[in-house]
Design a binder for this molecule. Structure first.
Ligand SMILES: [Zn+2]
Ligand SMILES: [Zn+2]
Length: 313
């Protein structure tokens, strides 16, 4: 069954992704205001009445800013784990909260949603896949490192939103202070263009018709750079860069595409086993000191630092 997908916005200023069939849909994250979400849905020709639930990936403001108002106005159930809810600055009404277990599938009409744990600087972060009986969509942003979990789910996707947050060179030569640079690239921040490209080149399944590059940094990346980087090696997959400023088009994913798989597939169409996860880049002394301070603060019974709620990148 065809699934329709769109990005309402993508980046550290707000994230919201739409996946649905003809009858029902879900939103992954609610990082735009309710009014802006309504405006963009209207412009895309997608009725909010079709949305049945919101799934929350983690508590950073750029993923939850519109959550409280949007869920209340449309009485939408919100799938969120307790640690994320505890840190959420715009929590939904208690009546609308639904828990979810990683790995367990949630069925909403003809849609099946699965959550997979990921590495990110948040209390309990998840990526999601949303599937119809024949089509699977991945929503993979805010990821510190390409782990086996991500690889396994990426290889099942007919289309995916995949983070390409920063160009390594622009980040390293840019104006950010070193502790922040190291947080971004230190295994619990974001995926670089190069890391995302490597995943795509190695593990793209032959049926991946669309790749939407997501959560691009304002300061350390450029949309045209990402578009070119991936398009040159797309082998037929349609490459789209999701905007920090506007909604995307609505893409219909019908599952009929058959192209060239990534390097990690055998000629018989089987996936080669995933390699051992890559080690995180070395952490600078400044980051080590701040991590030690955080551990000390937590041991002393202080609450988590507020920086965990705010996406700095
Ligand atoms: Zn984010
Ligand atoms: Zn985040």
């Amino acid at each position: 069954m065809t699934l329709f997908i769109a990005s309402l916005n993508s980046g550290s200023n707000g994230n919201c992704y739409y996946v649905g069939n003809q009858e029902e849909a879900v939103l992954i994250d609610a990082g735009l205001s309710c009014r802006e979400t309504e405006r963009r849905m209207r412009r895309m020709g997608l009725p909010l009445s079709r949305v049945r639930a919101i799934f929350i990936s983690h508590e950073h403001d750029d993923h939850i800013r519109g959550l409280e108002v949007l869920s209340h106005r449309y009485q939408l159930p919100v799938y969120i784990t307790q640690p994320t809810l505890d840190q959420c600055r715009f929590p939904p009404h208690q009546d609308l909260v639904r828990a979810f277990d990683p790995g367990a599938a949630i069925t909403i009409g003809g849609l099946t949603i699965k959550a997979l744990p990921k590495n990110h600087d948040a209390s309990d972060p998840y990526s999601f896949t949303v599937a119809s009986p024949t089509v699977c969509i991945g929503i993979f942003t805010d990821i510190g490192v390409v782990c086996d979990n991500l690889i396994r789910h990426f290889t099942q996707c007919h289309a995916a939103f995949l983070e390409a947050n920063y160009d390594e060179d622009m980040l390293m030569k840019g104006r950010y202070p070193w502790p922040l640079k190291n947080r971004i690239r230190g295994g619990h921040g974001h995926l670089s263009n190069g890391q995302a490209l490597e995943l795509f080149l190695d593990y793209r399944p032959p049926f991946m018709s669309h790749l939407l590059l997501a959560h691009l940094s304002q300061d350390n990346n450029r949309p045209e750079l990402v578009q070119q980087l991936f398009e040159d090696r797309a082998h037929g997959t349609t490459i789209i860069v999701a905007s920090r400023h506007n909604e995307s088009e609505v893409y219909a994913i019908d599952g009929a595409y058959h192209g060239i798989p990534g390097h990690a597939w055998t000629p018989e169409g089987n996936r080669k086993p995933a390699p051992a996860p890559a080690a995180a880049p070395p952490v600078s002394p400044a980051v080590a000191i701040s991590a030690a301070r955080r551990r000390k603060a937590l041991a002393a019974g202080q609450s988590k630092p507020s920086s965990t709620q705010i996406s700095l990148f």
